[in-house]
Design a protein around this ligand. Structure first.
Ligand code: ARG
Length: 457
């Protein structure tokens, strides 16, 4: 029998239940459902909408249900329609008639909107914690590699010298923005929809501000139609998680590349690598391939909800029940990805010697060679041309700019002197880029400090 058996008998075809029931996934929100109901019952009692004694019985009953679920003494009945039905039915079973008063001045439409907002706010806190852990790992590893020179790339071609620390801190900045976006989205998530009723508010003298305060919400919704039908906050979270996953995926792609023999910039710990069932020599970066692969799921979750919402007339429509599986999947995926990347990064071994070797080839100090000429008075565009010719000359002779004898330099321009070797030394090139945000060790150290301070707020 259904909670809503009234106009219809409530005896439904099992195939209706198969498509209609949501307890299989919304049971995750049991704690939020109960906590929300406790605040609602307290307010009903305070306002004299139900007896204080009934309110107290409801609050005690709900606390008991939560405690029993947490201890394992009570199992959620998966044959119920949804988590709201289960909690209300269990309460009435336990405390009798008072339990039937809990749903006064409330609809499942504003109830589910409340539950999902509370659930997401809790998950945002957890995800922010995990993102901070990963950002802290980037800072800690970077601190050990302030002078580890490597090539920076554009078009996946060696471009200019940077350090491993600088590369790591780029990802830390992305995570800082992800954290900021998540925290910002939480503000709009914690707007209380309860009191919107089914769609048109309610005739009872509710104290919505009191409920908001009890539940730690920053404010109340100002339109009941919007209160029950707004899922912007959920879409915002899915957008935040899509961007976060895009960052993790870019990092993962680079780690996959770096694990190859072609790069060999990094070796992952055995405990964070996999093997092949046939090729005995293989050590594969499955973690980063999976994070890269799972990113598509989260984009899909965002598309699922955007599409579900796009043509819904006001106010609540059952299509909106589809929000939860998409949200839970995105949250689980981001959680898993962040949780595994942090220890993987902390246990990885980077190979400075291989990075240095890669940095030595590819003429990544060519810009600095041109800048050397500029410092000696040559206009940049002319210097650029000369160094271009120098590079071609070196390629033909299989030399690097560092190996080219000074006499041959001087065939191209008489501004070249012995001090050119110092000027184009890779460490010099990095050290000279000491502006805020640059790769020079002191600049990266400042970025690490600012990043750490930023995460303490
Ligand atoms: N399980 C529903 C959901 O997730 C709860 C709200 C049901 N409301 C209704 N009028 N049938 O959206």
């Amino acid at each position: 029998m259904k909670l809503w058996a009234g106009r219809t008998g409530g005896d439904v075809d099992e195939r209706l239940s198969a498509i209609n029931n949501s307890i299989g996934f919304d049971s995750r929100m049991v704690k939020q459902d109960i906590t929300g109901s406790i605040a609602h019952a307290r307010m009903l009692g305070k306002q004299g909408i139900i007896d204080e004694a009934d309110a107290a019985a409801i609050v005690a009953g709900l606390k008991g249900i939560l405690a029993d679920i947490e201890s394992g003494a009570l199992e959620i009945d998966m044959s119920c329609e949804d988590i709201h039905t289960f909690v209300e039915a269990t309460l009435t079973e336990r405390i009798g008639d008072a339990g039937k008063r809990l749903h006064t001045a409330r609809s499942r439409n504003d109830q589910v909107a409340l539950d999902i907002r509370m659930y997401l706010a809790d998950e945002i806190d957890r995800l922010v914690g995990l993102a901070k852990d990963l950002a802290a790992a980037f800072c800690d590893v970077a601190e050990q590699h302030l002078e580890t020179v490597m090539p920076g790339y554009t078009h996946l071609q060696r471009a200019q010298p940077i350090t491993l620390a600088h590369w790591l801190m780029a990802y830390a900045q992305m995570l800082l923005r992800d954290i900021e976006r998540l925290s910002d989205c939480k503000k709009r998530t914690l707007i209380l929809p309860l009191g919107s009723g089914a769609l048109a508010g309610t005739t009872y003298p509710l104290d919505r501000e009191f409920v908001a305060e009890q539940l730690g919400f920053g404010g109340i919704s100002l339109n009941s139609l919007d209160g029950v039908s707004d899922r912007d906050f959920a879409l915002e979270l899915l957008s935040c998680l899509s961007i976060l996953m895009m960052h993790l995926s870019r990092f993962s792609e680079e780690i996959c590349l770096w694990c190859s023999w072609e790069f060999k910039f990094v070796t992952l710990a055995d405990s964070f690598s996999t093997g092949s069932s046939i090729m005995p020599q293989k050590k594969n970066p499955d973690i980063t391939e999976l994070v890269r692969g799972k990113t598509g799921r989260v984009y899909g979750d965002l598309m699922t909800l955007l599409t579900a919402m796009k043509a819904l007339p006001l106010a609540y429509n059952k299509d909106m029940q589809e929000d939860k599986e998409a949200l839970f999947d995105a949250i689980d995926t981001a959680d898993l990805s962040l949780s595994v990347l942090t220890p993987m990064l902390r246990t990885a071994t980077f190979h400075p010697a291989n990075m240095k070797k890669a940095a030595a080839r590819g003429f990544i100090n060519a810009t600095d060679c041109a800048d050397y000429m500029v410092k000696k008075g040559v206009p940049f565009r002319d210097a650029y041309k000369v160094v271009g010719q120098l590079v071609k000359y070196c390629i033909d002779r299989e030399l690097t700019l560092d190996e080219l004898p000074i006499a041959e330099y001087r065939q191209f321009s008489l501004v070249f002197d012995e001090d050119v070797y110092q000027a184009i030394d890779l460490l010099t090139c990095v050290n000279q880029r000491s502006l805020p945000g640059g790769p020079a060790p002191e600049a990266v150290r400042a970025t690490i400090e600012k990043t750490r301070a930023n995460m303490e707020n």
